[in-house]
Design a protein around this ligand. Structure first.
Ligand code: GLN
Length: 190
């Protein structure tokens, strides 16, 4: 039975729980979807979702709760928006000393489209089908290394990328009305 967690320290947690449950049902998979905060909980997971929120706050809270390395060790990870910042190896526009998990070969600019007023929606054609892209103070993925698969683009820039069992989106699939990205993520959990 698969066990998938949503990091529930801060940010958009409940929508991910709901979408993962729907996705699991659609795929006919047996498993448990749960909010996680503590070390014991994280260690049992097959996969974890790092939600949107504030990447600065999230990385500080990961340290404070003593789960930074445990989260880093989960076999499959989906990061959305702030979660994508956490997954990236190289970030700019961060606060001084901002730590990331550094698991994906991505160069990313925090708040790359501007501030809150530059948040926007755009229809996206992705390799998982058409989906509404909701970008909220989203980061911009400036560069990806050769080993990454681009799943979604907006204005010629990658907005959804995969590297092995890691998935990053700069938009919010948990607000899109489609469970396509959550289904794709569950398939990476073993
Ligand atoms: N701008 C935020 C950050 O860099 C991300 C915003 C979001 O997750 N909606 O942490």
């Amino acid at each position: 039975m698969m066990k998938v967690g949503v990091l529930a320290l801060q940010g958009a947690v409940s929508e991910h729980i709901e979408y993962l449950k729907k996705a699991m049902e659609k795929l006919g998979l047996e498993g448990e979807i749960l909010e996680v905060r503590r070390r014991g909980e994280v260690r049992e997971l097959d996969g974890i979702v790092l939600p949107g929120g504030e990447s600065t706050a999230l990385s500080l809270l990961l340290r404070k709760n003593g789960i930074f390395e445990d989260v880093r060790g989960v076999g499959a990870i989906m990061g959305t928006c702030a979660g994508a910042v956490l997954l990236s190896k190289n970030i700019s526009g961060g606060v001084a000393g901002q730590e990331t998990l550094g698991l994906m070969d991505i160069g990313l600019v925090r708040n790359g489209y501007g501030g809150q007023l530059e948040s926007f929606c755009a229809p996206l054609e992705t390799s998982l089908g058409a989906i509404e892209g909701i970008f909220i103070r989203a980061p911009v993925i400036e560069s990806v290394s050769g080993g990454l698969t681009v799943l979604a683009e907006h204005l010629g820039m990658p907005v959804g990328v995969q590297q092995g069992n890691y998935l990053a989106t700069t938009f919010h699939p948990e607000l899109s009305g489609s469970t396509a990205f959550h289904e794709h993520f569950l398939k990476l959990n073993k």
